[in-house]
Design a protein around this ligand. Structure first.
Ligand code: ZN
Length: 131
């Protein structure tokens, strides 16, 4: 792993800017990555223009899962929900800036999976959401 990017991940893991839980919220979803034991919950407040007014994540797990969630939340605040629906795994991988094997990829993409299931109003999250 490249040292510069590893620092980004450790920094967001140790000092997340967007950890928490919004109440009230308009969108809420949570899910696990059983392979690693990661858990992520995302809460979102939307505004009258269908944009993300504010968002937070909560949960536990490995550094990659938690840092990805923090970076993801930071990146969606102020964005239209339609734009959030279009995000795919490249968005996460660009922010992390590292190559990931299949197991770590599940960690990195958990927050995006949770986010998209929430924004689409689905009953459960599926891996298809993050392809
Ligand atoms: Zn993990």
């Amino acid at each position: 792993m490249d040292d510069l990017y590893r620092e980004v991940i450790i920094e967001h893991y140790k000092n997340p800017g967007y950890r928490g839980h919004l109440d009230p919220h308009d969108i809420q979803f949570e899910d696990n990555n059983p392979l690693c034991g990661d858990h992520i919950e995302i809460t979102i407040q939307t505004d009258e223009n269908e944009k993300v007014a504010d968002a937070r994540f909560d949960g536990h797990g490995c550094a990659i899962s938690q840092a990805s969630a923090d970076l993801l939340i930071e990146s969606i605040i102020g964005k239209p929900l339609d734009e959030v629906k279009q995000l795919n795994k490249d968005h996460i991988l660009e922010m992390l800036g590292i190559e990931l094997g299949p197991v770590r990829l599940k960690c990195a993409l958990l927050s995006l999976k949770v986010l998209k299931a929430g924004v689409y109003g689905l009953g459960e999250a599926s891996d298809d959401l993050v392809e």
